[in-house]
Design a protein. Structure first.
Length: 140
């Protein structure tokens, strides 16, 4: 998939990388990749797994709404597995998009994947459910 879009020499940021489920396999394929996630625990797990596999990947704790990277420092930003939908407020989503644009080089590309957010139905709201298209949490 990505090999049709990006050559391995591009600098990629995995935004909302979690435990490295995307960054680690891409690094194994030879891609130059860094990972960013809000969870220190997930970043620690990603770093541990990368080290176990002999991979040199820089994983950082941080928010996609305030990325700790310089302007124009990446060729690509990937935000996969519905990480973008974790931002529930439209203003946070807009800030994350602005940040991805900021850290991308002029010819850079962002790939954002995930389910389309759906508002809770009246019945779900009355039952105190928060609805994500893939997962339903009670009492959130």
């Amino acid at each position: 998939m990505l090999t049709a879009i990006f050559s391995p020499d591009v600098q990629i940021l995995d935004v909302g990388c979690g435990y490295g489920r995307i960054a680690i396999p891409l690094a194994e394929l030879g891609y130059q990749i860094k990972g960013l996630d809000l969870s220190p625990q997930l970043i620690a797990e990603a770093q541990e797994e990368a080290t176990k596999r002999g991979l040199d990947i820089e994983f950082s704790v941080g928010s996609m709404t305030e990325m700790p990277y310089s302007d124009a420092s990446f060729d690509a930003a990937l935000c996969l597995w519905s990480a973008f939908n974790e931002l529930l407020d439209v203003s946070e989503q807009a800030k994350a998009l602005q940040e991805m644009y900021r850290i991308l080089r002029p010819s850079g590309r962002a790939v954002i994947e995930g389910s389309i957010f759906e508002e809770a139905t009246e019945e779900e709201a009355a039952q105190d459910y928060a609805v994500d298209p893939e997962i339903v949490f009670h009492g959130m």
